[in-house]
Write a protein that binds this ligand. Structure first.
Ligand code: F0G
Length: 384
């Protein structure tokens, strides 16, 4: 099958029942992983690119939709739960989907530098793609509130990192002004190409399931991703790839929940630093997605986020970052309302390795240190 073949029918694979304790999943046959060309080539006809667009790609996209039987058991009533694990993108988050588009289009326009404000993931993706495209990357981050892995990435990818004494919302206001006044391209999700790239995640979900899910549970910060998914589901349905649309269920951290509260939060606060945002720029699009899909926004507490984060790790073997676990925390919180036998997809936006500090501080595992290097000691600690 050709790499760009996005319109053929999904092929159904039969697994022997003994091989799978989860419902059989019809999925689109994909080219072998090493042949996946990245999402611009993979979904070219859906994207605003032309033969003149230089494609700057790290072969992002084509991330797995992973069955989550442990979480499904918590929900009960025959509900099927899948995790869209976008932490397996090249820089470890869904931002790569938007950044391959934004940077390719910036390059096409002749830009030599890009700028973004970021809680961490956007800065890592902007840096990686900009440098790959031979551009400078300026990233503004809230000083002291970016997870270690993300900061390490931005630095290693060669960004010029500016940590400001203020939150994300303040940093975003500054980069908007800088991009207005100086020759640098803004690559936050105000840049329309970002959402174009990110909508491909919805395509992949439908390609994998053969239909849209009943619910899409997604963490919401600046509200770009929920808007992009909604655009993707609508475009795919209009083209006949699905018959239905999901309810869009957006979850914010309780200390940073402007869309739930209905007003800006001046001092956003949460352990999930990725979504520590008080004034989402894509608010209008997100409100539209909620209204049109009969969806909802809800807040989840840091304690609920951490509980879901640990359950994903120790129950499913999936390591995501705390912000991503908000989608699962939200599903668990709303479990009574999920229709019996329905299909739910929870979006896991970022890889757990981004934030090792939170994982080390919040887990239920046993960690024995300082042991004598003696077999008897080890066996004894093991309980033998
Ligand atoms: N999950 C993760 C891991 C994120 O990094 C973000 C946003 C979100 C969810 C929320 O997505 O903003 O589209 O609603 N991170 C941005 C950043 C703000 O700078 O990396 P959203």
């Amino acid at each position: 099958m050709g790499c760009g073949a996005t319109t053929s029918q999904p092929r159904r694979f039969e697994l022997r029942p003994s091989l799978s304790t989860v419902p059989l999943l019809p999925f689109r046959r994909r080219p072998a992983m090493q042949d996946w060309p990245g999402l611009i080539e993979g979904y070219r006809k859906w994207l605003p690119v032309s033969s003149k667009t230089p494609v700057i790609t790290l072969r992002e996209g084509a991330t797995p939709l992973i069955p989550a039987p442990t979480i499904a058991e918590r929900i009960g009533r025959g509900v099927k739960v899948y995790l869209k694990y976008d932490g397996l993108n090249p820089t470890g988050s869904f931002k790569d989907r938007g950044m391959t588009m934004a940077i390719s289009k910036a390059k096409e326009a002749g830009s030599e530098a890009v700028i973004c404000a970021s809680t961490g993931n956007t800065s890592a993706a902007a840096a990686a793609y900009a440098r790959r495209g031979g551009m400078r990357a300026f990233v503004l981050i809230p000083d002291g509130y970016v997870a270690q892995g993300k900061l390490a990435q931005a630095l290693l990818y060669g960004a010029e990192v500016l940590a400001v004494k203020g939150n994300f919302d303040r940093a975003l206001a500054i980069v908007r002004e800088v991009a207005d006044q100086y020759p640098v391209t803004l690559v936050n999700s105000l840049n329309p190409y970002r959402l174009q790239g990110q909508k491909t995640a919805a395509f992949e979900v439908v390609d994998a399931l053969g239909e849209a899910p009943d619910w899409l549970c997604i963490p919401v910060g600046n509200a770009g991703n929920i808007s992009a998914y909604w655009m993707g589901f609508n475009e795919y349905k209009a083209a006949g790839h699905s018959r239905k649309l999901p309810r869009m269920m957006g979850f914010q951290a309780a200390g940073s929940a402007p869309l739930v509260l209905g007003h800006t939060v001046e001092q956003p606060d949460t352990i999930a630093t990725a979504i520590r945002i008080g004034n989402p720029v894509n608010k209008e699009n997100a409100l539209k997605a909620r209204a049109e899909s009969n969806g909802d926004f809800m807040a989840v507490t840091d304690a609920e986020i951490i509980e879901a984060y640990k359950l994903l790790g120790a129950g499913e073997g999936v390591f995501c970052e705390p912000a991503s676990a908000a989608s699962v925390a939200g599903l668990i919180k709303r479990r009574e309302e999920v229709p019996a036998d329905s299909t739910v997809v929870c979006v896991l936006t970022g890889n757990g390795l981004k934030d090792p500090t939170t994982a080390i501080e919040h887990n239920d595992s046993k960690f024995h240190t300082g042991l004598d290097p003696v077999t008897a000691t080890v066996a004894q600690v093991m309980g033998f």
